[in-house]
Write a protein that binds this ligand. Structure first.
Ligand code: PHE
Ligand code: ZN
Length: 871
């Protein structure tokens, strides 16, 4: 039984720190199991003579105040409390010991392969030494690292190298100083025997910045894309946001064992190697894209996160929502803007909407947490970015940039709140009133807009009635209406946008760009001088992150698919029609798919005026999650079968066209990673997936696999073979394994594709793969690739027998003993708990109750699963 319930932290309890650590000089004597840490801090008291320092899993050796042995302290509940301290500035020296090798949680200082590395966000630094480990304590860090020279030729930390040299016994040292005061979560240390590629970037003011990417030896050739991405990020931030880099050196280190994607430590980013390493033979296009976007994201944090940081962790979206918005815009400026927006929204709907509709639902600024690591969520990041995007839509690019300038003018070098951000946006824009808008920070749940339209032929008026509502979420039974920017167009029969004139409102100024403000529960907009019945293009570019329900007809959607001037809504209209058909198929097995939809799908397929990538996304069917979203108790097997049936029907209807697309795109062409080339490979892969369901093309995937010269084509064909159980599947898997078994990133793809198959043989397969030598339970990427993919495999996780969820429950327990963050992510598989059929729910309940009540369960898993059970 769980003996003590973990402590809940509340935003409302925020208190400023009692002391400030002005500077800290650290000295590390690196050792696998007994690293010595010496810390010397200059501290200014702010309030009182008692100082509480955080410390976890540390062995305290000695404490000195102003050079004298100090014994007025006690250590309890991971807090070191020192009492009777001087009232004037003083120095505090602490010596403690840590065990990096035993640190499988990968939080604090740990070992990844042969190298030492650190991860300190949000609360990892307290696992290195005693400290005021909160983001509103900003200190200047100096670090001396001492280690064996042969095993650890590179010794790195934040800022500038100021000294280095040899010591006796084969050891050497390096001293780093970071002139920018920062919170401990941005601190980093790396030591290892690495390879490095180097470049330089000249900033707009003419300074040369040294750029380095450190990787395992032998991976140098795979790190160039990351380096190019870094240079593009630096340039883009200067051009679009007028922000220049501030140190003379920027380092990125790739590690195989990492809990997240990457970390923005000042001047020394540490990356999951999945977001650094890429070659055409080993990485898919989505990996190339992901690297560019994550390198950008971490780089952009230098201003939004590091120069201006968070006051406390409830403000996480201050840096993450804003930085995701920035990285989305970066990707959109460098690639296809429309496709980027579509993919971002697809991602939001597939992962954030369900989160917001389930037991973990929380506002982008949560009010409480047990384990902060559980709050690096789709809501804080992606919904947070949507909220920033709404400021941008409301203010326009210029107004938004004025707000950003104000933000840095007011808050550079400080730890602030989301309210401070809103304040800057407001004062830079004639005191724009964001008071109602602020509800986006406090209220959880995805708002629903119900829209009805009416055309009055005689009066030439078009009336739009918008009703907003937000479902109840845990702890928030009722909601107040949101202020949302709603972009709209009215199309005439030729497909042109009509000029908008509102009859019943005087806020005409935003109308030129089709912007309506929705504020009340119900809003009515009457448009005048509408000479024919228009087709309304609603919520263009997904300007408000909501669920939209409207009275648009199938004919309207077909019209929008073909004619809308907003690419996002062209895509969205196709999704709406496909969804309608899938729902109808689920209700009635004999449902005849709408001819209108089949035709419209074909017109997109045959349209030579749209580029390949946009075509591929428009033709894709809605995800299983999209389909399940509106169903009380979804039957995933049935959803899978309905989607499959629709897909086969479309593929068979257009097999000639698809074959010609496939063949045209199969001609040999040089490998490039630009939007055009990636789009071509994407459409070719899509055509292959379609054709593989057609009797006469069953051999095509194997063929494609055999002659593939890049990983995108290889994985496209392999996943089709695995999912459809096509001829050549087993040989291909074997060949793939033999070729890549020494490359863990590629093996992650191999594991994931097999664990994702809806086929009933997948369960046994996964058990077998867990024993394969390429699998390692200690590496989060591998846990996610194999166990995580199975946990996300809706059909198999929800297998009628209950075996899928029992297995995942067992894995949560096993992984939790190694790495709570990794286990907590797996626990997300049970977020559907409330929507499970009764018999499965019973099974889930028994499993989850046992975990929640166990003494061995981490705070991370406890918080997630107790919320799940209470839903
Ligand atoms: N701050 C990192 C990012 O968003 C994410 C991260 C959080 C990494 C916590 C590690 C630990 O870029
Ligand atoms: Zn981030």
């Amino acid at each position: 039984m769980k003996t003590e319930t973990p402590v809940v932290k509340y935003l409302a309890d925020y208190k400023a720190p009692t002391h400030k650590i002005e500077t800290v000089d650290l000295e590390f004597h690196l050792d696998d199991t007994q690293t010595q840490v010496f810390s010397k801090m200059k501290i200014t008291p702010v309030n009182g003579n008692t100082l509480e320092l955080n410390g976890e899993e540390l062995k305290l050796k000695s404490v000195k105040v102003n050079g004298e042995e100090f014994s007025n302290y006690k250590e309890e509940n991971e807090i070191l409390t020192l009492t009777g301290l001087p009232s004037e500035a003083f120095t505090l020296e602490i010596h403690n010991e840590i065990n990096p090798k035993a640190n499988t949680a990968l939080d604090g200082l740990y070992k990844s392969g042969g190298m030492f590395c650190s991860q300190n966000e949000p609360e990892g630094f307290r696992r290195i030494t005693y400290f005021i480990d909160r983001p509103d304590n900003l200190s200047v860090f100096t670090t001396k690292i001492i280690a064996d020279k042969k095993d650890y030729p590179f010794l790195l930390s934040n800022g500038n190298l100021i000294e280095s040299g040899d010591l006796e016994d084969g050891k050497h040292f390096a001293v780093w100083n970071d002139p920018f005061a920062k919170p401990a979560y941005l601190y980093a240390l790396v030591a290892g025997d690495l390879a490095v590629i180097e470049d330089t970037f000249k900033t707009k003011s003419g300074r040369d910045v040294k750029l380095q990417v450190f990787v395992d030896k032998g991976n140098e050739e795979k790190s160039h894309h990351a380096m190019e991405s870094l240079k593009k990020s630096m340039k883009w931030d200067e051009e679009r946001f007028r922000l220049e880099y501030d140190l003379d050196i920027y380092m990125i280190v790739a590690v195989d064992s990492f809990n997240m994607g990457a970390m923005e430590n000042k001047g020394l980013n540490i990356f999951n190697s999945a977001y650094v390493l890429a070659s055409k033979e080993t990485a898919e296009d989505r990996n190339f894209f992901g690297i560019e976007s994550v390198v950008g994201h971490e780089y952009f944090h230098n201003w939004t996160g590091n120069r201006v940081t968070c006051r406390d962790w409830f403000q996480l979206t201050l840096k993450e929502g804003l930085t995701v918005f920035r990285d989305q815009e970066f990707s959109a400026d460098l690639n296809s803007r429309s496709v980027c927006r579509i993919n971002d929204v697809r991602n939001l709907k597939a992962a954030q909407f369900p989160e917001d509709a389930g037991p973990q639902s929380h506002p982008i600024q949560p009010k409480s947490y047990i384990e902060m690591n559980n709050f690096y969520t789709m809501t804080i990041y992606e919904k947070g970015a949507e909220v920033i995007r709404m400021y941008h839509t409301l203010l326009g690019e210029e107004g938004f940039q004025r707000g950003m300038d104000k933000y840095f003018e007011l808050y550079d070098g400080q730890a602030v709140t989301t309210a401070d951000f809103t304040h800057a946006m407001s004062v830079a824009n004639d005191n724009y009133d964001f008071s109602q808008f602020r509800r986006w920070y406090d209220q959880a749940g995805t708002p629903v807009l119900d829209i009805t339209t009416k055309y009055d032929e005689a009066a030439k008026e078009f009336t739009l009635t918008v009703n907003q509502s937000t479902p109840a979420t845990p702890g928030q039974p009722t909601k107040e209406p949101f202020h949302m920017p709603f972009l709209l167009g009215l199309l005439d029969s030729a497909g042109n946008d009509m000029t908008l004139a509102l009859k019943n409102r005087d806020d005409q100024n935003d109308l030129d760009r089709g912007l309506l403000h929705i504020k009340a529960d119900t809003e009515t907009f009457v448009f005048a001088n509408v000479n024919e019945r228009p087709v309304a293009s609603l919520n263009r570019n997904f300007s408000a992150p909501v669920v939209l329900r409207s009275d648009l007809t199938d004919e309207d959607f077909v019209f929008l698919m073909a004619n809308d001037n907003d690419d996002f809504n062209r895509y969205e209209a196709g999704q709406a029609l496909a969804l309608k058909n899938i729902h109808a198929m689920l209700k009635d097995e004999n449902h005849q798919v709408d001819e209108l939809f089949i035709k419209a799908w074909g017109s997109i397929l045959n349209d030579n005026n749209i580029d390949e990538e946009f075509k591929a996304v428009c033709l894709s069917l809605p995800s299983m999650i999209d389909v399940a979203a509106t169903i009380d108790i979804p039957n995933y097997r049935a959803i899978h079968e309905a989607k499959d049936k629709l897909f086969k029907l479309l593929a068979n209807t257009y097999k000639l066209e698809l074959a010609s697309i496939y063949n045209d795109l199969s001609t040999e062409r040089p490998f490039k990673v630009d939007a055009k080339a990636m789009g071509e490979r994407k459409l070719r892969g899509f055509a292959l997936a379609c054709l593989s369901t057609v009797e006469e093309h069953k051999e095509l995937a194997r063929e494609c696999f055999k002659y593939a010269t890049n990983m995108t084509d290889m994985m496209n064909s392999l996943s089709v073979m695995v999912n459809e159980n096509l001829p050549g599947c087993q040989e291909s898997l074997k060949e793939f394994y033999d070729k890549f078994k020494d490359q863990t990133l590629v093996m992650q793809k191999w594991l994931s594709v097999q664990a994702s198959s809806c086929d009933d043989t997948t369960f046994d397969k996964v058990q077998e793969l867990m024993k394969d030598e390429v699998f390692d339970m200690n590496v989060p990427n591998l846990v996610s690739a194999l166990i995580g993919s199975f946990a996300r495999n809706k059909v198999q996780f929800n297998h009628e027998s209950g075996r899928g969820m029992k297995f995942i429950a067992e894995m949560i327990r096993k992984v939790d003993a190694i790495n709570p963050q990794s286990a907590s992510r797996l626990a997300g598989a049970f977020n559907d708990y409330r929507k499970m059929p009764a018999d499965l729910k019973e099974i889930a309940k028994a499993e989850l109750t046992a975990i929640v009540e166990s003494d061995k369960t981490s705070k991370n898993v406890y918080e997630k699963l107790s919320k799940t059970l209470n839903s």
